[in-house]
Design a protein around this ligand. Structure first.
Ligand code: MRU
Length: 379
């Protein structure tokens, strides 16, 4: 599997590399990913020539974050189709590469349906492949547009909830341009506040165990020139207690019909802290993250990650694709069992507002979300 995708080896580019892009060199179309397991030390690209390489990249978190997983899934179907691989098999392997972020299944379904419909209409696999690629490109573009609108709605909400500006925002995991066709979700709102001169500080949770906050959000914050400070996840409590947090902004991997929010593990404790300290807890996510087919939080499948991610310290933190373990330095006695869920679920009553490209739902109720989804469908 490893030789099916190779790093480009170009690690010195100071310019912004997009998280994902489709390329058509003479050897055939490829999907190029910025390898997020290597950030911030190196900006190297991963070139996928088939869907199985992409599945591996998804599992190893080289490509990650809910909206980007959707875009990647759609391009993965297109890649299989354009290169003449078995498309149905590729779609099902991609869809199940990670279970929690519903965007992955949504993206795969979009491109797969476009492929199937065009194949049924014309009987021509090349035309069907073109339709799958067009669907992936559309999703990519839509995500960029959604990101800009979420930033607008989110900034307006912050001004309403916290008149006076000078916001000190706490965020968890990574939600910027590394996870999106645009500027992201929660990070896009913080960025809009920064650009409007309203962000005093971004508090960045390191996000154990894979350090998406320390490695990726700090990297994005540094590049955007905003004032930011990194903290361990368990330092958040003392920060709230000291009155240093005005709002929490996070993304989401899946929002159930009742408004329960699955996001990176550690989000739920932040919601509890925020409620205790009377601080708004705001979730920013595109409508594609709302899953009307998942009725409630208990029905969300939470991905369990391998124990070695916490029994070992690795650098980078993510195992090499195909390796059995992280190959890191053991920090726990040999044979220690680990509990390592990738996500947790925050109940709707702890969420102040859900910000989407279609508007804000607050209070968070099943009815409010259903209305929002209906609005998105009719748009
Ligand atoms: O395991 P990851 O890194 O894919 O988890 C990502 C997150 O939890 C993000 O917060 C979430 O996808 C929202 S991104 C807009």
């Amino acid at each position: 599997m490893a030789d099916q995708y190779a790093h480009s080896g170009d690690t010195k580019r100071p310019t912004e590399i997009p998280a994902i892009r489709w390329e058509e060199p003479p050897e055939g179309p490829v999907l190029v990913l910025l390898d997020q397991t290597r950030l911030p030390a190196e900006e190297v690209e991963l070139v996928c020539t088939d869907a199985s390489a992409l599945v591996e990249a998804i599992r190893s978190l080289a490509v990650r974050g809910a909206p980007l997983l959707g875009i990647a899934g759609a391009y993965g179907v297109a890649l299989a189709a354009v290169r003449g691989f078995e498309v149905d098999d590729a779609a099902s392997a991609l869809k199940s590469a990670r279970p929690t972020a519903v965007n992955l299944a949504v993206g795969v379904r979009r491109a797969h349906s476009a492929y199937q419909e065009e194949l049924a209409r014309t009987g021509d696999p090349r035309q069907a492949a073109g339709a799958a690629l067009a669907a992936a490109r559309r999703l990519h573009q839509e995500d960029a547009e959604a990101s800009a609108r979420m930033a607008e709605h989110g900034l307006a909400l912050l001004s309403e909830l916290l008149p006076g500006g000078g916001h000190r925002i706490l965020t968890h995991c990574n939600t910027g341009s590394l996870v999106s066709g645009g500027q992201g979700t929660a990070f896009a709102v913080a960025l809009a506040a920064h650009r409007a001169g309203q962000l005093r500080r971004l508090w960045v949770d390191e996000t154990r165990p894979l350090l998406q906050g320390a490695r990726l959000t700090a990297y994005e914050a540094a590049r955007s020139g905003m004032a930011y400070t990194l903290l361990t996840d368990n330092a958040a409590g003392s920060l709230f207690a000291a009155g240093e947090v005005d709002a929490v902004l996070i993304g989401a991997d899946r929002i159930a019909a009742d408004g329960s929010v699955a996001n990176k593990v550690g989000s739920y404790p932040l919601a509890v802290l925020a409620r205790y300290h009377h601080v708004p807890f705001i979730v920013v996510a595109p409508v594609t993250t709302v899953d009307p087919d998942t009725p409630d939080g208990a029905s969300i499948e939470v991905e369990q990650r391998p124990g070695h991610e916490i029994t070992e310290i690795t650098a980078p933190q993510v195992p090499v694709a195909g390796a059995e373990a992280g190959g890191g330095i053991p920090v726990a006695p040999l044979g220690t069992q680990a509990y390592n869920p990738a996500f947790d679920v925050t109940p709707p009553e702890l969420v102040t507002a859900i910000v989407t490209e279609e508007g804000v739902v607050s209070p968070v109720t099943a009815e409010g979300l259903a209305e929002l989804c209906a609005k998105a469908r009719s748009a």
